[in-house]
Design a protein. Structure first.
Length: 254
């Protein structure tokens, strides 16, 4: 619990003291009450644990099932509208923003909620659904819907979520957390830009073959999208390396 409190000051510049964090941060209060409820759940006090989590939801507007497994230094910023299901598993150093849902996609018993690795950051309003795994150090963009596994260190954006940016291409703050949610790439826009450039190249080639232009008038520079493939718009489950996607950059005219 002490670590849950102290980690807030490293991730929220508005936090002035531990007393302030403990008394007026609903996300922190929800986590502290979850710790108590989880302890009761593990001891077999199932109804009491569920009752305590219900009280926590009334106070904080954060719904965490007491059976969920959450690691150390967990922070819910602006704690409002967050839902964490029964079989969810969350690693250490994870940060969630308001409106995040770690939900299930089946009524069958067993594992049905997501697993988040260490250091994952989930943006506001994002939905991670099903018994999938979000790898360590991954970042989920605001309002994304993730329904397939995410490789460690990748950034996921869109509906459905697509992996678009590896960790080495991101700017990390001092504690190693990336909060640049406004710098999310647009995989659909990149794919469209690639198609437009390809069409332009093909039109130019048709004109050259028909004699309307001479070879010297051909573009002097090779298009950055000349080698663009389906990887530009592949889903989050694709294991295609980032190197295949880097050919499709965002500096194209549309």
């Amino acid at each position: 619990m002490r670590e849950d409190l102290r980690c807030v000051q490293g991730r929220d510049p508005a936090a002035r003291s531990l007393f302030e964090v403990m008394t007026i941060y609903p996300g922190v209060q929800a986590v502290l009450l979850y710790r108590l409820a989880h302890s009761l759940w593990r001891r077999g006090w199932l109804y009491t644990a569920r009752w305590l989590s219900f009280i926590a939801r009334l106070i904080t507007n954060v719904d965490i099932h007491p059976a969920a497994r959450i690691g150390q230094r967990f922070f819910i910023d602006h704690g409002a509208g967050v839902v964490i299901g029964e079989t969810a598993e969350i690693g250490d150093e994870v940060t969630l923003y308001h409106g995040v849902t770690l939900g299930g996609t089946t009524w069958n018993p067993g594992k049905r909620h997501p697993t988040l690795g260490d250091g994952v950051v989930v943006g506001a309003g994002a939905k991670i659904l099903g018994a999938i795994t979000v790898g360590a150090g991954a970042r989920v963009a605001a309002n994304s819907v993730v329904i397939e596994d995410v490789l460690p260190g990748m950034t996921v954006v869109g509906i459905p979520g697509r992996m678009v940016l590896p960790r080495e291409h991101r700017r990390l703050a001092a504690p190693g957390i990336d909060l640049d949610h406004h710098l999310m790439p647009d995989p659909v826009g990149k794919a469209i830009a690639c198609l437009l450039e390809r069409i332009g190249e093909l039109e130019h080639e048709v004109l050259r073959l028909s004699g309307s232009v001479v070879p010297s008038q051909r573009h002097s520079e090779v298009s950055q999208c000349a080698d663009c493939t389906d990887a530009c718009a592949e889903g989050a489950s694709s294991a295609a390396p980032w190197a295949n996607r880097s050919a499709c950059k965002g500096n194209h005219h549309v």
